[in-house]
Design a binder for this molecule. Structure first.
Ligand code: HEM
Ligand code: NAG
Ligand code: NAG
Ligand code: NAG
Length: 207
């Protein structure tokens, strides 16, 4: 399949899937959630990503994956951002994230820029969701209006990260079950796997 078409299909489904699922139970999510409190949030996030991706184009894919790895563990609550402390067993050290989760520094950079313009307003979970959307646009993929208004979780769950996030050796049945547990069907699984056509990530799977 033409790889751009694969990206398009994959990303269209991110719109539907990551844009609308587990968190869609919260009826207050709205693309213009910050209209009055931080109207420029989207441009601020976009500007940081645009500038980073000029030197590191791979970051566009990394930020999409970051959102996925957040959402599959306790919903899209930014739990993946919680560092290891005396009380937090960080998801960053879970097997699917260890040595492969890229972009923590960029997310921190985005958060700093957003805090400067709108202190204590925009959640980290929304920053991850917006970053995925804007990375798609900046990669010349489709654009969508991601609903906003998520709250950040206060806990992380490394065990759940190991359980819910798929590994390359998992069987098709395991992958289908893992996605079904998030309310995603087989079409979603296939379409979202198309995100591996970002930059060089597809090579890991096709070769
Ligand atoms: C279906 C099951 C999936 C499996 C088994 C899987 C597995 C992997 C693995 C092993 C890597 C390489 C990590 C590394 O060592 O650098 C990877 C990279 C990547 N995955 Fe997946 N993945 C899956 C689904 C997804 C989904 C749903 C998305 C997003 C919608 C996604 C987006 C990406 C991206 C963008 C990369 C490249 C990240 C980078 O370059 O930083 N993957 N995936
Ligand atoms: C919004 O943010 C962008 C990017 O940081 C900036 O260029 C622009 O001047 C900002 N606009 C307002 C109204 O603050
Ligand atoms: C988490 O760790 C990263 C470096 O690994 C650091 O940049 C960031 O500030 C830390 N976050 C918090 C909330 O301590
Ligand atoms: C992947 O496979 C391992 C080993 O069989 C299993 O423990 C794990 O639950 C599977 N992951 C998913 C998401 O199904």
């Amino acid at each position: 399949m033409n790889s751009l078409r694969a990206v398009a299909i994959a990303l269209c489904c991110i719109v539907v899937v990551l844009g609308g699922l587990p968190f869609s139970s919260n009826a207050q999510l709205d693309p213009s959630f910050y209209r009055n409190t931080c109207p420029n949030v989207s441009s601020i996030v976009r500007e940081v990503i645009r500038s980073v991706s000029k030197k590191d184009p791979r970051m566009l894919g990394s930020l999409v994956r970051f959102h996925f790895h957040d959402c599959f563990v306790q919903g899209c609550d930014a739990s993946v951002l919680l560092n290891k402390t005396d009380t937090v067993v960080s998801e960053q050290d879970a097997f699917p994230n260890r040595n492969s989760l890229r972009g923590l520094d960029v997310v921190n950079q985005i958060k700093t820029a957003v805090e400067k313009a709108c202190p204590n307003t925009v959640s980290c979970a929304d920053i991850l969701a917006l970053s995925a959307e804007l990375s798609s646009t900046l990669a010349d993929g489709p654009d969508w209006k991601v609903p906003l208004g998520r709250r950040d979780g206060l806990t992380a769950n490394q065990l759940l990260a190991n359980k819910n996030l798929p590994a390359p050796f998992n069987t098709t049945d395991q992958l289908k079950a893992a996605f079904a547990a998030q309310g995603l069907d087989t079409t979603d699984l296939v379409a979202l796997s198309g995100a591996h056509t970002f930059w060089k990530s597809s090579l890991l799977f096709i070769c």
